[in-house]
Design a protein around this ligand. Sequence first.
Ligand SMILES: CSC[C@H]1O[C@H](OP(=O)(O)O)[C@H](O)[C@@H]1O
Length: 331
Amino acid sequence: MGHVGRTIDWADGTVVIVDQCALPAEHRLLRLATVDELIGAIQRLAVRGAPALGAAGALGVALAAHRHGADTAAVHADAGRLATARPTAVNLRWGVERALTKLPGGAEAVLAEALAMLDEDERVNREASAHAARLLLGTCARRPLRLLTHCNTGRLATVDWGTALGVVRHLHAEGELEYVLADETRPLLQGARLTAWELAEEAIPYRLLPDAAAAAAMARGLVDGVVVGADRIAANGDTANKIGTYGLALAAARHGLPFVVVAPSSTVDASLPDGGAIVIEERAPEEVTHVAGNPVAPKDAAVFNPAFDVTPVDLITAVVTEHGVVAGTAR
Ligand SMILES: CSC[C@H]1O[C@H](OP(=O)(O)O)[C@H](O)[C@@H]1O
């Protein structure tokens, strides 16, 4: 079927998203008419991924302005709740705050800014992923490349195209990709449900693997490089990303493989000198104790379920944005 269109958009006074909780079984759209409906979609990961959350933040302010009109206090109240719907991805608050700057111009001005941000997201992610693709081609001796990736960083995590999976798209289009090894990414399985779906839709060769098999794949010489996304990048390049990323970086270092982070510059939080202060979202125990709604652990099992971890910059070959390499050991 190929390209399925934008992951998040505006239509008739509503925010329209691809419902990522329904994939891969069903590709369906959800129309969200209020900021509370959008917050609910964000918190259950019907819309997810740092750049897509930035777009959701901006469109959510447009939704609030559309509904509340001149009642700017109500708009700011909605915006404040929206900005804190998920704590780790800096893009959500960034999108809210950037859209709010246009509120004095009224609802139409806010919407125009949000729509411009959607176009910008695709452009900057195409640029960032192109930089990273060239870096990997210049770093890895073997051709075509075999890349391992984690979680979902494709069209579904952005407005369109993708970050780490955008690198895969560039390389595949140039005949420079042999295959992708896609971590399933427990507990919410963004890799198995979303990355595999995206790659299958575009006939990009991939193999799905349990997260626990990633280091063994590197040890068996099946990987030329690791490419991942980001949710918040500190000023020194320390990077918060989906839980399991730090372990991949350790394994990549052990095996002398390039470890590349790809993100739009809106994911960089320059206010943080390093990753020590990045707030890590803790999620519900049921995400670990249940699979597809079925219990797989003792009732009331104690659970440790952080949604992200922080990879120190000394384990990162390159942090790549639309501006090129901005941090990492390759600088
Ligand atoms: C380009 S997406 C960035 C990032 O967002 C994902 O987290 P979540 O699925 O919880 O929104 C994952 O960490 C991706 O790498």
